[in-house]
Design a protein around this ligand. Structure first.
Ligand code: AMP
Length: 282
C-alpha cells in the first residue's frame, strides 16, 4: 500500500503509468473508518483494477465549528484497516495542500440545496462539491464510490458530475448498519452509552414509517406520528423527517408506489447530529 500526500506525487509517479490500461476506483472519506467505508472499498476492489482511498476532513463542508473540531481522527488505525483490505493507494493531503487559500468559488445546487441537509446545513453541499471536484481533478478516477447513507450527497455528486462533465462513473453502495439497525457513522464514536441506546429512534422511526406507508397510511399522518415520538424523547431533537423521490431527490407530499421513494431523517441525539434513510421500494 502506497501513501501519498500531494497530487503532483500521484500524477508523476503513478497516474500516468496506470491511467491508460487500468480502471482506477476512488473512495473519498473523512477517515475514522468503519465497515461502511470498507464496503465502499470492497466494491471498488471488485469492479476496478486499482483502488485509491482519500482521507481528508474537509473544513469547508462543516457548517458547525464544534462538529469539525471534534470530528474523530484515527490515522494509524485507519491505515491498518486499509492495509488489511489491500488498498493500493491512500491519499492523505494536508490542509494547506488542498486549500493554499480559501476558495473564492462556491457551487450552488438549486432546489437540492434548499431542502433537508441543504436547508439545515447552509453551505455544506458547496463544500462537498468543491472538495469532490478537487479530488476528482487530482486522482482522475474512472469510478467513484459513495454511500447510500448520505443519499442527498449522492444526488448532489451526480448533478456535479453531469453539470461539469466529469468523466467518472458514480457507484452507490447500500448503507451498512450495526446489528440493532443503527447506521454506521464516524460520529457514532462520540455517542455516550445512553445516547447510543437512544440513537435507535432514527432507524426504528424509519422502519415503522415504511411499514405504515406500505399498509396505506397517508404520509402526512405517518410523519405526524413520528414527530410525536421524537417529542416524547428528551435526548432526541428531530430536524426533519421527509419522503423523497430517490433518484432526483425531490420532496414528495404523498406516497406514490410507481416512483422510487425513500424516507430521510436527521436528528440530534444529545449534541451529536445523525442522519439516516430507508428506501421504500428499492
Ligand atoms: P465520510 O467519511 O463520513 O465522509 O464518508 C465517506 C463515504 O462513506 C461517503 O460516501 C459515505 O456516504 C460513506 N458511508 C458513511 N457511512 C456509511 C455506511 N454506514 N454505509 C455505507 N457507506 C457509508
Amino acid at each position: 500500500m502506497q501513501v501519498f500526500y500531494t497530487g503532483a506525487e500521484w500524477q508523476k509517479n503513478w497516474l500516468h503509468a496506470l491511467q491508460s490500461h487500468k480502471i482506477i476506483g476512488f473512495v473519498p472519506t473523512m477517515g475514522a473508518l468503519h465497515e461502511g467505508h470498507l464496503d465502499l472499498i470492497r466494491n471498488s476492489k471488485k469492479s476496478s483494477d486499482i483502488t485509491v482511498v482519500s482521507i481528508f476532513v474537509n473544513p469547508i463542508q462543516f457548517n458547525n465549528q464544534e462538529d469539525f473540531d471534534k470530528y474523530p481522527v484515527l490515522i494509524q488505525q485507519d491505515l491498518k484497516l486499509l492495509e488489511k483490505e489491500n488498498v493500493d493507494f491512500v491519499f492523505m493531503p494536508k490542509l494547506e495542500t488542498m486549500y493554499p487559500e480559501k476558495p473564492s468559488i462556491s457551487i450552488q445546487f438549486g432546489e437540492l440545496e434548499t431542502i433537508l441537509e441543504g436547508e439545515f446545513r447552509p453551505g455544506h453541499f458547496s463544500g462537498v462539491g468543491i472538495i469532490v471536484s478537487k479530488l476528482f481533478h487530482i486522482i482522475r478516477p474512472h469510478q467513484a464510490f459513495f454511500g447510500q447513507k448520505d443519499l442527498q450527497q449522492v444526488a448532489v455528486i451526480k448533478r456535479l458530475v453531469a453539470d461539469l462533465s466529469f468523466p467518472v462513473e458514480i457507484i452507490t453502495v447500500p448503507t451498512r448498519r450495526e446489528e440493532d439497525g443503527l447506521a454506521l457513522s464516524s460520529r457514532n464514536l462520540r455517542l455516550n452509552s445512553e445516547e447510543r441506546a437512544k440513537s435507535l429512534i432514527l432507524y426504528k422511526s424509519l422502519c415503522s414509517a415504511k411499514n405504515e406507508l406500505l399498509e396505506g397510511t397517508n404520509w402526512l399522518e405517518v410523519r405526524n406520528q413520528i414527530q410525536q415520538r421524537f417529542e416524547e424523547e428528551p435526548l432526541a431533537k428531530l430536524e426533519y423527517f421527509e419522503l423523497v423521490e430517490t433518484e432526483k431527490f425531490t420532496v414528495m407530499n404523498s406516497f406514490d408506489s410507481s416512483q422510487k421513494a425513500s424516507i430521510c431523517v436527521a436528528a440530534y441525539i444529545g449534541n451529536i447530529r445523525l442522519i439516516d434513510n430507508l428506501p421504500i421500494n428499492p
